[in-house]
Design a protein around this ligand. Structure first.
Ligand SMILES: Cc1cc2nc3c(=O)[nH]c(=O)nc-3n(C[C@H](O)[C@H](O)[C@H](O)COP(=O)(O)OP(=O)(O)OC[C@H]3O[C@@H](n4cnc5c(N)ncnc54)[C@H](O)[C@@H]3O)c2cc1C
Length: 458
């Protein structure tokens, strides 16, 4: 209890520090509609919003530049907490924030719309019904899950590339226990086996959070289910999970997963996903009705539609100033890009997208003001991996932590990074309530026509 109270204190301190640092926002004075010079940002995720804030800061005194942002969703997602939706450690609404509310104080307009193509000759963005003129463009449409052409994966696996997907996983797992409760000791092997594909941070977090949903949230509610027969299996194509993290952290994660009886199978490439099984490269077939795919990303459909130079993975090629090759006035940032520069590799992470968004915006402002652009250089501030209830890995600026201390730091850092006071207050309340009670297991937002697996969207 004392540890939990200390965590509460730490979290409150971080929240207050973040609030103090928020400071005054700077705003653009000219609207997009009226401005002679129009900037459009495509995508309201980490990269697009970082660009929006920096443009508002850099161009706040100018009278003739207007900015608008387009996104098919009217909210931005705090991705690091998406896996926490599975056990409901954070409530789904609390890790999303309205784009309109973020952008209005910056003097930036928001259009809820999905960009389908860009006419680079006439300088117009086109959605299904409208088109939008621009003089300068920042492309930040992120990424979507790739199944690498694995037979059956797209049809039979779920992913967590969105809040709705994470809820779908949660509801699907709960349904398996509802079925098992009816069947009592006649539950087949595939019913209570849960397979997560991908040994990177998202896969590890999904495995830990699925374990938490089952053993921290559901266990007491299903008296006729043999929880000893539940299997949570993490399939990893490489030699070790969490490739790229320091060895002591990888060992700490491996020990933690083993202590939770999460079976980690390394060197296991998935050959096929069936409705009732996963076939892996060593010939084994794991019976399961639940496959959660967290094994990789690829550029979204928009990137494929654009007449731009791309790398072998379809990512948009940008130079060291984040300018799209061969397209003057167009910048691209975040997961959808491949930067050609003489610097450290840029991972598909929120911190990279934010750094790129900021630098692209400052270079765009410099271009408008005939100033010299500054080359981008990625600086990693480290990585955090949630290992479920009371444990996380932390690698920040060379400091490695794991276990309960890691969990405190994970919570404090992400509470700060959440960015908006309302979300911070909600999530803080979720965690505090969690100290005293188990999360609810109501399957909200169920769509009776929902297919068992999601249809692939953005
Ligand atoms: C489950 C999960 C957990 C993660 N956890 C972490 C973590 O802990 N730490 C970390 O650093 N990174 C994490 N990541 C990675 C991180 O989320 C991404 O690297 C980051 O979001 C990339 O930022 P972005 O701006 O490129 O894309 P996003 O943040 O995904 O934003 C893209 C936006 O573009 C919009 N869009 C797409 N297509 C169009 C279109 N045609 N027209 C208009 N708008 C469009 C989308 O709706 C979206 O709002 C996680 C990712 C996932 C999936």
């Amino acid at each position: 209890m004392r540890g939990k109270l200390a965590m509460g204190g730490l979290i409150l301190g971080a929240a207050w520090g973040a609030y103090r640092r928020l400071g005054r926002l700077t705003s653009l004075e000219c609207s997009y509609a009226d401005a002679p010079t129009k900037i459009l940002i495509v995508g309201g995720g980490f990269g697009g919003l970082a660009a929006a804030r920096e443009l508002a800061r850099m161009l706040s005194g100018t009278q003739d530049v207007g900015v608008a942002l387009l996104d098919p969703r009217n909210y931005t997602t705090f991705w690091p907490m998406v896996p926490s939706i599975i056990p409901s450690n954070a409530e789904v609404r609390h890790v999303a924030h309205s784009l309109r509310r973020i952008l209005k104080p910056l003097g930036i307009e928001f259009f809820q719309d999905e960009v389908a193509e860009v006419d680079f000759e006439t300088l117009r963005l086109k959605s299904g019904e409208r088109d939008y003129p621009y003089d300068y463009l920042v492309l930040a449409p992120g990424s979507r899950t790739t199944f690498f052409g694995t037979p059956g994966a797209e049809e039979n696996a779920m992913d967590i590339k969105g809040l709705r997907d994470a809820l779908l996983v949660r509801n699907h797992v709960i349904d398996r226990f509802e079925e098992a409760e009816h069947l009592e000791d006649r539950a087949p092997d595939d019913l209570l086996t849960f397979v997560i594909v991908g040994g990177g941070p998202t896969g590890v977090e999904a495995a830990a959070d699925t374990h938490d949903l089952i053993f921290e949230v559901l266990e007491d509610d299903y008296p006729n289910v043999d929880f000893g027969s539940v299997r949570v299996v993490l399939l990893n194509a490489g030699d070790n999970i969490l490739e790229g993290l320091d060895a002591p952290l990888v060992h700490a994660a491996t020990r933690r997963l083993a202590s939770q009886r999460i079976e980690v199978i390394n060197d296991a490439k998935v050959e096929e996903v069936r409705p009732d099984a996963v076939v892996i490269s060593d010939g084994r077939t794991i019976p399961t009705r639940t496959t959660i795919w967290a094994a990789g990303t690829e550029p979204p459909p928009l990137a494929g539609n654009l007449d731009l130079q791309k790398d072998h993975r379809g990512r948009i090629l940008v130079d060291e100033y984040l300018r799209v090759k061969g397209r003057p006035g167009v910048y691209a940032v975040g997961d959808c890009t491949s930067i050609q520069y003489d610097g450290p590799p840029v991972p598909a992470l929120a911190q990279a997208a934010e750094q790129e968004g900021k630098r692209a915006a400052s270079n765009l402002a410099a271009e408008i003001e005939n100033k010299v652009p500054v080359p981008f250089r990625y600086r990693s501030v480290g990585q955090l991996v949630d290992l479920g209830e009371g444990s996380a890995l932390v690698d920040i600026l060379g400091v490695n932590l794991s276990g309960l201390l890691g969990a405190y730091v994970w919570k404090a850092v992400y509470l700060y990074e959440l960015g908006y006071d309302l979300n911070r207050a909600h999530v803080l309340a979720d965690w505090t309530i969690d100290l005293f009670t188990r999360p609810d297991t109501s399957k909200l937002f169920e769509d009776p026509n929902q297919p068992r697996v999601r249809t692939r969207h953005l």
